[in-house]
Design a protein around this ligand. Structure first.
Ligand code: ADP
Length: 347
């Protein structure tokens, strides 16, 4: 076709306009054109080099040979190893007019999501299997050896109830988490009276407080403060935080809940309220703090299970706070106690 000759100069101009990393190999096996984004993948100054020295990885080199020999598009993978972590690319090699055009698509984020999903399923299965194994063991014992032993039966039934409630809690937390994730992008519409909400959460926790001999001190300098929020979800946030204070801070005997009035907070880049839930319990070693909001992350899994934890409480809290465009700050000192601050914007 006349007038359609693409010079190497205009070819460069064309691929420079593409956002994806692209490199073109000519029929003489040399790099004819390479756009700026490819520098981050293969390094700079590729033009004119033989493709073997430019591409280096065997799978990619084989695909070039195949694309040239067969004249059909090829797809392969390339792992960028610059910097701290690997970057995974899907590379499409398209023969075009004697040249091979290679397009690199960064798949790292998609692969991480896949990995997270696999880890999550593995974690959930593991968490459910432990109580299930216990239940099956007791059912077998009750049907056999302990069939006529009334004392053993009562004891085993109590343990079975305990294990079954653990599974119920886990399933409840999983459902909350998925509900919270579902509407994470929808801004809450209600307006919530924070002081009233905190009192009602504390009232609801009275049986647990009594059982653990822990007192709650509610200090509110923000009576009547209204914040935009989802009341049901905020109840969940403070229930989880105060419950953690009871579970891990019981030794200190007191959990304090403080509502600070509306003020400017750098963390919110604007006005908001701060609610602090603090205990004088065992505290958290500092290297764990950044990871506590990950699903199933616990400082001590055995201890967490013993006090009825699922490892999902803070993950749920974090999601809800994010949905409210708030900030969650966890501070702790081993042996001194833990203080968790929730900042919620007031508009
Ligand atoms: P769990 O159900 O295990 O309590 P969370 O997500 O609520 O799960 O908390 C994760 C972990 O963080 C807990 O297992 C515990 O190790 C630690 N943690 C949370 N709150 C406190 C606290 N107030 N004091 C000490 N450790 C805490």
């Amino acid at each position: 076709m006349q007038g359609m000759v693409v010079t190497s100069h205009s070819l460069s101009a064309l691929i420079d306009a593409l956002p994806l990393p692209v490199i073109v190999i000519g029929s003489d096996n040399r790099v004819v054109a390479a756009n700026p984004p490819i520098d981050a993948v293969l390094g700079p100054d590729l033009r004119g080099r033989h493709y073997i020295t430019a591409l280096r990885q065997p799978a990619l080199l084989d695909s070039v040979v195949a694309a040239q020999a067969e004249g059909t598009p090829q797809v392969t993978r390339f792992v960028g190893r610059d910097g701290a972590s690997d970057t995974h690319y899907r590379v499409v090699l398209s023969p075009a007019d004697g040249n091979i055009v290679l397009t690199f698509e960064d798949q790292t984020a998609a692969e991480e999501v896949g990995q997270m999903r696999r880890d999550f399923v593995a974690n959930v299965s593991h968490e459910l299997r432990t109580p299930l194994t216990a239940l099956l063991g007791f059912i077998e014992t009750l049907g056999g050896a302990a069939r006529n032993d009334a004392a053993a039966r009562d004891r085993f039934l109590a343990i079975m109830e305990h294990e079954a409630s653990r599974m119920t809690r886990l399933v409840d937390d999983l459902l909350s988490l998925s509900r919270v994730e579902e509407d994470e992008r929808v801004r809450p519409r209600e307006h919530v009276d924070m002081a009233a909400l905190l009192s009602s959460v504390i009232k609801g926790l009275e049986p647990q407080l009594e059982a653990a001999s822990v007192k709650v001190l509610l200090q509110s300098d923000g009576d009547g403060e209204m914040v935009p929020g989802d009341a049901g979800q905020l109840v969940q946030v403070f229930t989880n935080l105060i419950e953690n204070g009871i579970k891990y801070g019981a030794a200190g005997g007191v959990v304090s809940v403080t509502l600070h009035p509306k003020a400017f907070h750098q963390r919110l880049r604007g006005e908001g309220v701060q609610i602090v839930v603090a205990d004088k319990g065992e505290g958290i070693p500092s290297h764990h703090i950044a990871r506590l909001t990950e699903r199933f992350y616990r400082v001590d899994s055995h201890r967490s299970r013993e006090v009825g934890g699922t490892g999902l409480g803070l993950a749920i809290v974090k999601h809800i706070v994010n949905r409210h465009r708030g900030r969650l700050v966890i501070e702790s000192e081993e042996g001194q106690g833990t203080s968790v601050s929730v900042f919620l914007p007031s508009r």
